[in-house]
Ligand binder design. Structure first.
Ligand SMILES: Nc1ncnc2c1ncn2[C@@H]1O[C@H](COP(=O)(O)OP(=O)(O)OP(=O)(O)O)[C@@H](O)[C@H]1O
Length: 135
């Protein structure tokens, strides 16, 4: 079934010049880019997106990171896009993510892990509304 998912190519990927590499993997997989923009994130937007993590001891560090420079927000669509994109990203911690995944190939961190992707239809709907209210 075709699904939409919200992806953030995080500030570490932008700084490292890996936007094209990450986007290319999504495109070559066959996913469709439905919407995309490069934007800065303020703390209010960071807190809304990461609402479920606000109480975590590591959240202040994550907020500093996600607001540290521009990121690329996009909506991808395709058959089972939510789980397919999570599979392409690999495990949250880049040190543990399997080789061949985006995080496994390019990240050595559990925070600066290149990209975010929605983890369920409910979070995709919530997150698409946050980042692309017009969509
Ligand atoms: N222990 C931690 N220390 C620092 N940052 C963390 C830690 N755990 C998670 N994070 C950061 O919070 C984000 C969200 O964590 P979550 O557990 O939801 O992982 P995820 O679902 O794989 O990642 P995402 O939601 O970004 O796709 C991670 O992508 C990472 O940037």
């Amino acid at each position: 079934m075709s699904e939409r998912t919200l992806v953030l190519i995080k500030p570490d990927a932008v700084r490292r010049g890996l936007v094209g590499e990450v986007l290319g993997r999504f495109e070559r997989k066959g996913l469709t880019i439905e919407a995309m923009n490069l934007r800065s994130v303020d703390t209010a937007l960071a807190d809304e997106h990461y609402a479920e993590h606000l109480e975590q001891p590591w959240y202040p560090g994550l907020r500093d990171f996600i607001t540290s420079g521009p990121l690329v927000a996009l909506v991808l669509s395709g058959d089972q896009a939510i789980s397919v994109v999570r599979g392409l990203l690999g495990a949250t911690d880049g040190r543990k993510a399997a080789a061949g995944t985006i995080r496994g190939d390019y990240s050595l961190s559990n925070q600066q892990n290149l990209a975010h992707a929605s983890d369920s239809p409910e979070s995709a709907a919530r997150e698409i509304k946050i980042w692309f209210p017009e969509a």
